[in-house]
Write a protein that binds this ligand. Structure first.
Ligand code: PLP
Length: 411
């Protein structure tokens, strides 16, 4: 038998969602007749836009004819999509990101992990606490996280986010090499201002660090002082990679398409000090290990940038933000602390002192018949919180929140 990567053994069981499902099933068994509403749902519920569906149907028709058939595409993505991304997401907003800086992918999750191929195993990695669990787990698999003690990996630097700092982490005291930042944030739902993000860009410039900026939820930003792209900060194209997704913006969770920006100005160095372009390294990595996102998916993604597609993005993100507003308002009305939601589909809720995440989860499930996600699943600083999402239908969101208000729940 071959020896396997021992670090998989160190990864904690990803039990969060299975445990949620188990507890919901147990509740259902004892409460037949109560329809449980999923307010923990991390997937979208609204269907693909008509413009996307039409473009994908046409793309399938292309594949059916010898004259318009497409086999392997460019590993970096088709130029029809890279051009549209560059124009609409960057140049139209005054940002100089060119098609050559853009790599189309099968979604943000794979890129976030795969990027670990291009920086050294010895890099010190910083992650927000709480955070989307993928940054930590990828660091464990790649051998950059060290050992886990009481839920904390001793090789990682944690950037704590709580109400005291408005969920905006402080700069690390020590030097870190790679910093994962995510705004609007999953799970806290908070977005970052330009002034706040500029501090991180300055830090990275000063220390020679790389920021991996996850902006999977940028289309939900509504407040004008909040950042949609890290390249809004001057000099960020020399220190930051931006990872984006069509998943939550346009219902692509099942289609799989996203993109990553690795600006050509971004440089690293080999062990002997020789300078190298990260864009060149990422291109090499993609050409070696990736054969491009599907033609049909990319044609669908390009339709998001038509006038109809852009209007539909606005409509669907408004819908989810509208749900988040209903959730935030309901929890605030019953005296809980509720954060996020204004520029995000996520609402982050605490009941105050003394109750852990699973206790709040259970209390809400039993009193109101809806499920939430325990915040402790996102890191030690998530303890005492639950995460709710605006991804359910408006009707279900309204039913769940009126149950909350009627329940008289107090913790
Ligand atoms: N980044 C964040 C912060 C997310 O919450 C998610 C999905 O939930 C992803 C990335 C993954 O996106 P994709 O569906 O493009 O892989």
């Amino acid at each position: 038998m071959i020896q396997v990567n021992d670090r998989f053994r160190q990864l904690p069981e990803s039990y969060l969602f299975s445990e949620v499902a188990r507890r919901v099933a147990a509740y259902k068994k004892n409460n037949a007749g109560v329809e449980i509403i999923r307010m923990d749902i991390g997937d979208v519920t609204q269907p693909l836009f008509d413009s996307v569906v039409e473009a994908m149907h046409a793309a399938v028709d292309d594949l059916a004819c010898p004259a318009s058939f497409h086999g392997y595409g460019p590993e970096q993505g088709y130029s029809f999509l890279r051009d549209a991304i560059s124009r609409h997401d960057y140049h139209d907003r005054g940002l100089g990101i060119d098609p050559a800086d853009i790599f189309v992918s099968d979604g943000a999750k794979s890129d976030l992990g795969n990027l670990g191929d291009i920086y050294s195993r010895d890099c010190k990695v910083a992650v927000m606490n709480p955070s989307y669990p993928v940054y930590v787990d990828d660091s464990v698999i790649d051998g950059r996280a060290g050992e886990i003690v009481d839920g904390i990996w001793n090789g990682l630097v944690y950037l704590d986010c709580d109400p005291d700092n408005n969920f905006m982490p402080s700069l690390p005291k020590e030097k870190v090499d790679v910093i994962f930042l995510c705004f609007p944030n999953n799970p806290t739902g908070e977005a970052i201002t330009r002034n706040e993000l500029a501090k991180w860009v300055s830090y990275a410039q000063e220390k020679g660090s790389l920021i991996i900026y996850d902006s999977a939820y940028e289309a939900f930003v509504r407040e004008p002082d909040k950042v949609r792209s890290i390249y809004e900060i001057e000099g960020a194209d020399e220190v930051a990679i931006e990872v984006r997704s069509f998943s939550k913006t346009a219902g692509f969770t099942g289609i799989r398409c996203g993109y990553t920006v690795v600006p050509r100005k971004l440089k690293g160095r080999y062990a002997d000090g020789t300078e190298v372009s990260l864009n060149m390294l990422w291109n090499r990595r993609q050409c070696t290990k990736f054969n491009g996102a599907s033609y049909v998916a990319q044609r669908g993604a390009a339709a998001i940038y038509t006038p109809e597609g852009l209007a539909d993005v606005r409509k669907v993100t408004d819908y989810y933000i509208g749900n988040a507003a209903i959730i935030k308002d309901a929890f605030s009305r019953i005296g809980f602390n509720a954060y996020g939601g204004d520029n995000s589909p996520y609402v982050w809720v605490s009941a105050g002192v003394g109750k852990d995440s699973w206790q709040i989860f259970e209390a809400v499930l039993h009193a109101c018949g809806f499920s939430t996600t325990p915040g402790s699943g996102f890191g030690t600083k998530g303890e005492g919180y639950i995460r709710l999402t605006g991804f359910n239908s408006r009707e279900n969101t309204e039913i769940a929140m009126s149950r909350l208000i009627d329940s008289g729940i107090g913790l």
